[in-house]
Design a protein around this ligand. Structure first.
Ligand SMILES: [Fe+2]
Ligand SMILES: [Fe+2]
Length: 274
């Protein structure tokens, strides 16, 4: 099983970057694209890294933010045989509220139109844990159980910022390997520890081998960072790959705790699991 980071906020050698995340999973006979980035670099980086997007059997959307779904229409047109896996709330209009007001952060309109028009047999609405292919599964919506993980943030369903966006479409993907579970996260809006716990539970796995993706800890305070690192240590992962929205303070805290088991991600990174 081999995977390649196609889109990340930080560029690997010779590759492009954008704020977003996309990762290609080559699971032998089946190929899964996990998120699509904003759409500006996914095709180019795929070409450079030797990934043939046309062979995608499944395109998974971890949640409906533009930086994970913006490449949906272009990747779908390249992979006419693919099936899209996502939660029904993925196409919601949604906003991030900052000091200058509301910014649209949902799935771009053309991608929403493409998904709406896709034949029903090419869509799987993920409302609970399911299998994508042998050894690859999706958590579906993730319960928010930990007290110290703030799963809110500046996200709202209206531009005035009166209706909080629960981002209930947020989900993770898991891969079963001989060394334990590999958990892939988009943005971890449900909280990194909630996400890992849920993936282990749904996969009926005891051991976490690696966690790769956006950890969404850029605004985490010191207490949350410390408790997240302690909880992650209890899983004893062999590899921790913070990408995209993980945050530099989080990467520093993880590196202090895990040493060279932490490998901050960039576009083009490749991982091999047996
Ligand atoms: Fe994101
Ligand atoms: Fe997000």
């Amino acid at each position: 099983m081999r995977m390649t980071v196609l889109v990340d906020d930080r560029p690997g050698p010779g590759l492009s970057a954008e704020h977003g995340f996309s990762l290609w999973v080559d699971a032998g006979e089946r190929h899964v694209l996990f998120d699509t980035g904003q759409g500006g670099v996914v095709e180019k980086n795929a070409r450079i890294t030797g990934v043939d997007l046309a062979t995608a059997d499944a395109i998974v959307l971890s949640h409906g933010h533009y930086d994970h779904t913006g490449g949906l229409d272009s990747t779908l047109s390249l992979a006419p045989g693919s099936v899209v896996y996502c939660h029904p709330a993925v196409t919601r209009k949604r906003y991030s509220i900052g000091s200058r007001g509301g910014t649209v952060v949902g799935m771009p309109g053309p991608c929403r139109d493409t998904l709406d028009a896709l034949p029903v047999e090419r869509k799987r609405w993920v409302v609970k844990a399911i299998t994508v292919c042998s050894g690859v599964g999706l958590t579906g919506p993730i319960p928010r159980g930990t007290a110290y993980e703030d799963t809110g943030g500046p996200f709202f369903l209206d531009p005035e910022g009166t209706v909080p966006d629960p981002i209930e479409d947020d989900m993770a993907m898991w891969l079963e390997t001989g060394h334990g579970l590999v958990v892939l996260t988009g943005c971890s809006h449900a909280g990194l520890i909630n996400t890992i716990e849920n993936a282990l539970r749904e996969a009926h796995a005891e051991k976490l081998h690696a966690v790769i993706g956006g950890f969404h800890l850029g605004n985490a305070d010191h207490r949350r960072l410390r408790m997240t690192v302690e909880a992650l240590q209890a899983f004893r992962p062999s590899m921790v790959v913070p990408c995209h929205c993980s945050g530099t303070d989080a990467i520093d805290a993880l590196t202090s705790a895990f040493g060279d088991r932490v490998r901050p991600g960039t576009s083009g990174d490749s991982f091999h699991f047996s």
